[in-house]
Design a binder for this molecule. Structure first.
Ligand SMILES: [Zn+2]
Length: 398
């Protein structure tokens, strides 16, 4: 046995156990030590030790509560102690950066939005560091112990090797600059994590989330873990071909899913077909996804056809993913959710037609809980790092 591997192994077990206990207190608190030992399947002595460290570090505290059905003295249980711990959640989106100061319960304390002069080629480090420093200076009075910085980045329009090269140094350089651990994740993946931690797929371990908006992307949670959690690989579902001779895509190929269901593609298809549909309500409207959904809900033939066709494309694509990942939940984050009553049956029909029956029967299809993620995606990265113990042990070590 390699003698070096042993301490690492012990540290890993300690980290995992601490994370499990922290998660259980978050879910079930106030909860007694005995109940925690049962839920975590750990020896009471281990629980006592872990809790003592968490209480000493002000991450967990005792709280009195009335046990259901008991008329005696209130019981003492454990709850998270979150107010004294802050983190910074950032979202980079369309040349703006949203900066949110949150406490460890993920509650928002301060939120600001700033322009970000970034054309996809320039390193982000300098402007971002400046914004973060200025934020710290402005809100010095409010800051408690800072634990970490989490950042979500847009995905896939930005997939040049140059921007790839910038991402990792960004985390390292920000860590060097601030002394804080920095977590970075692509936005759709982080949003999917947020939905599984606080949203529409709460507690689910197998989730596929499709985001259909200006671009088309997906996040996948498989066996409780985000797919491509580390590294730069994405679920590039928007660039899978659905029409062999279709329109030219931004990626250079033809007929990608994005060329038929993204916001711009739908509006292009709509304006191409509108001259053949003089009866359509949309002839008197400014074309937008909102107008398309409204018209479909009012029974407009052309709008209904386009929404149904979109549902078929999405359902067919999802069927492939369902056969691979066997999810419990499929979530859709999209302005098209406004026409869910028409879109979802079309998705469902294509899914039933193309996925294995055993795999789609128990499947739940629903809109994301958050119409757009804001900095909740970044907050989810922090929650995840507390639950898996990696950030938690750093805080325990002080
Ligand atoms: Zn493409």
């Amino acid at each position: 046995m390699n003698s070096d591997s042993q301490p690492g192994h012990v540290d890993q077990i300690k980290q995992t156990n601490a994370g499990v206990v922290y998660r259980l207190i978050d879910h079930y608190g106030p909860v007694s030590r005995i109940e925690l030992a049962r839920l975590a399947q750990l020896a009471p002595a281990s629980i006592t030790k872990i809790i003592r460290e968490m209480v000493d570090a002000h991450l967990v505290k005792e709280a009195q509560y009335a046990e259901p059905g008991s008329r005696g003295r209130p019981a003492t249980g454990l709850v998270l102690d979150t107010a004294g711990w802050h983190f910074l959640a950032l979202r980079l989106h369309q040349n703006t950066v949203t900066i949110t100061l949150r406490d460890l319960s993920t509650q928002t304390l301060v939120e600001e939005q700033h322009g970000l002069p970034h054309d996809g080629q320039q390193p982000l480090l300098a402007p971002l560091t400046e914004l973060i420093e200025a934020f710290f200076t402005r809100h010095q009075q409010r800051l408690e112990r800072l634990t970490a910085i989490a950042i979500t980045l847009p995905g896939l329009s930005d997939n040049t090797p140059e921007s790839a090269a910038h991402e990792l140094p960004l985390a390292q350089a920000l860590t060097q600059h601030t002394g804080l651990p920095v977590f970075i994740q692509q936005e759709v993946s982080a949003w999917t994590l947020a939905e599984s931690l606080f949203g529409a797929a709460f507690g689910a371990t197998e989730v596929i989330q499709l985001v259909v908006d200006d671009t088309v992307g997906a996040g996948i949670i498989c066996d409780g873990q985000l797919l491509h959690k580390k590294g730069r690989a994405r679920v590039e579902i928007g660039h899978i071909q659905v029409e062999a001779q279709g329109a030219l895509c931004s990626c250079g190929n033809r007929g990608c899913l994005e060329t038929v269901v993204s916001r711009a593609s739908l509006l292009r298809l709509l304006s191409q077909r509108l001259p053949f549909h003089p009866e359509s309500l949309l002839n008197t409207e400014t074309l937008s996804i909102e107008a398309l959904c409204n018209a479909a809900l009012q029974g407009d033939g052309l709008a209904t056809e386009l929404i149904t066709q979109t549902g078929e494309h999405l359902g067919r694509m999802l069927a492939t993913l369902v056969n691979i990942f066997h999810p419990q939940h499929i979530l859709l984050g999209s302005p098209l959710n406004a026409a869910a009553t028409l879109l979802y049956p079309a998705i469902g029909q294509a899914l039933r037609q193309h996925a294995l029956p055993a795999y789609h029967q128990q499947l739940q299809l629903s809109p994301t809980a958050f119409p757009e993620p804001g900095t909740l995606g970044a907050a989810a990265l922090i929650k995840d790092a507390m639950y898996n113990g990696s950030l938690l042990v750093r805080l325990l070590q002080g």
